[in-house]
Design a protein around this ligand. Sequence first.
Ligand SMILES: NC(=O)C1=CN([C@@H]2O[C@H](COP(=O)(O)OP(=O)(O)OC[C@H]3O[C@@H](n4cnc5c(N)ncnc54)[C@H](O)[C@@H]3O)[C@@H](O)[C@H]2O)C=CC1
Ligand SMILES: NCC(=O)COP(=O)(O)O
Length: 349
Amino acid sequence: MGANFGKVGTELNFLAQKAPLALTMGDPSGIGPCLTIKAWKHFRKKGPVFFWVGDVELIEGEIPVKIINSPYEALEIFPHALPIINIPCAVQVKPGHPCFRNAGAVIKSIDYAVEAVKKGEAQAIVTNPIAKYILSEAGFKYPGHTEYLAHLCDLSEREVMMLACPSLKVVLTTIHVSLRQAMDDLNTQHIIDVTLTANESLKRDFGIKNPRIAMAGLNPHAGEKGLMGVEEGFIISPAIKFLQEKGVNVFGPLPPDTMFSSIVRPQYDVAICHYHDQGLIPIKTLDQAHGVNVTLGLPIIRTSPDHGTAFDLVRGKGDCMADPSSLFSAIEMAAEMSAKKQAFEEALK
Ligand SMILES: NC(=O)C1=CN([C@@H]2O[C@H](COP(=O)(O)OP(=O)(O)OC[C@H]3O[C@@H](n4cnc5c(N)ncnc54)[C@H](O)[C@@H]3O)[C@@H](O)[C@H]2O)C=CC1
Ligand SMILES: NCC(=O)COP(=O)(O)O
């Protein structure tokens, strides 16, 4: 901490944070810039420290900002101004009205954040929401951050999506594909791989010693012994058997309609779900405000709010009616995961 920070420096516990978090721009016309302003106001006095990778013009004039050249500068600047790695948009941003011509800046922001973490200049990435269809219009071929981050880490198809809120964690075996495609993609080996990734991450990044893992069924009543579907018997149960033999604390397949009830949820630490909405509907219904999207299976830590770009809530530059709680949770979770991962790795030495 710089000596000229005087009293502010003594109030903060930023010394424990060796590197800042990198917060991406997301869609510049969405709620990302406005939520970023709210996040800086919320965290500036207590941390964790982050810097924003985006167009300075979207924030300037709303709060103090400082363009930086290196993430390391963020630790000193953060209490006084939002540190920004400036990535200018190609065309004028119209709040609430996305434009595919700005896709280049959106992607560049993600690229910069990933590189910063790879180089050890940032601790973890927190992403603001992107509009998938806008990026697709610009020719971007990845359906979401999750798949793109795996590509940037040379680990395509090893990515795993987790959504977490205080009362539930879900992990998906299929992500951004149609329901029909998800059914075709479901296979025993993939369920095993995803469950092992979730098991490792819960131990390393969340500090859970022996994670209890609930495996969802796919069909009504988890197939009712083959009467309402056969995937439980042919695909899901063999994965559970294999994992149990490896010592993984997994059980199921559970009927998907009852496994998220308040009676069953306390019995497990994470639910493995087989398609996007099977896992995300319970999370967003239970606690959208504190839901966090986490990417597992990669060497970098990445979190994100669980909501999207919410163009309907943007009223003007830096101004939106959006609840920032999910972004706050994502920032806190990224910092906590980094600390737990570091402690886990040091214990192994
Ligand atoms: N991590 C990411 O980058 C994500 C991006 N998206 C993208 O967002 C775009 C819009 O998707 P939608 O399905 O409409 O989801 P959305 O989450 O943007 O909006 C759904 C509803 O929730 C409201 N809402 C969202 N965030 C809110 C907040 N913080 N406070 C209060 N209300 C909030 C919106 O006003 C809307 O009524 C899509 O293009 C999608 O690709 C969606 C989910 C995650
Ligand atoms: N519904 C969650 C979602 O679409 C988030 O995707 P990603 O951008 O985190 O891959």
